[in-house]
Design a protein around this ligand. Sequence first.
Ligand code: EPU
Length: 325
Amino acid sequence: MRLGGPARYVVEVEQPIEAPDAYNFAKLYSLPTAILGGGANSIGRDEGFPGAIIMNKIRGIELKPSTENPEVFELKAMGGEIWDDVVAFACEKGLTGIEALSKIPGTAGAAPVQNIGAYGQDISQVLKSIEAYDTTDGHFKLLTNKDLKFGYRKSILNTTMKGRFFVISMTMTLKKGQMARPFYNSLENFIKENGETDFSPSSIRRMVSAIRADKLPDPAKIPSAGSFFKNVYIPDSQVDECRSRGLPVYQGADGNKINSGWLIEKAGLAGKLIHGFRVNEKAALVLINECATGYEDLIEARNEIANKVYDRFGFKLEQEPVEII
Ligand code: EPU
């Protein structure tokens, strides 16, 4: 987002055994800690961070066939591995399960923390377990999918136990094969427009990459943190009423969602420059830092957008990226 001041210390962890070293260093000097993967979904304050930013740089990918089924594989990625390299690896091996998560910026270790999701897939559907360093008792632990209590963009790692576990590795169960139709609307539209017939993992990866490149700014080139707001979830009891108001409600396995990008667009904000932040024209959920001078501008922009949506539709938008405090 091109915001935030310097950190007092940055500690890079390259081997699992360096995780305890990093935390012991912080403890010795009574420094607060914050974990960073790629930083694509994190926002810093102008005053910087007074403690140690612990960066996960543990690399490596390992693929093991399952003992019971020749079509099933276990893919283990170390926490500091680039997420999209992991997706590319799985697709090259013809494995399905994460191909729709192509081109999501960040690291493999960050993927389960916020249960990254796109085009109908999310990490909770394939994650078997993670190995993590428990900063409270100094032990390495194995946490299963169930232990992580996944929800929309959340797990215990970013809610009830935020900051407690440093993700050493994540293991997913992936299968030979391909995604089942019908796909998510935007993917189906792309398939129709381009006459696509191959739905293999590599081919879906190519399509998702093209859709994202067209709609979402590349955070390496344009300062943005991806979707800046979460989508709105409503209880079953409100679905009919919302639909009668003309709101687009998607009923998925994880609940009833209203597209926040749509709400922002209909509130007349797509393409607008608000306190230095451009509301992305094609995906109004994305804010681009065009000429903001600091964190204050972000608060102003966030409040202005959230208030306009609230006044118009009565929903309170929540911020999606994490703040380093
Ligand atoms: N939807 C469906 N099924 C469909 C089409 C849409 O359930 O067939 C729902 C979506 O779940 C969402 C809404 O409709 O509630 C709008 O979907 P759209 O594809 O337009 O994407 P979005 O809401 O702008 C979300 C993610 C993106 C992800 C895209 C594509 C959030 C906050 N954002 O964006 O993730 O790439 O869907 O799946 O959930 C990010 O988090 O930074 C991010 C870019």
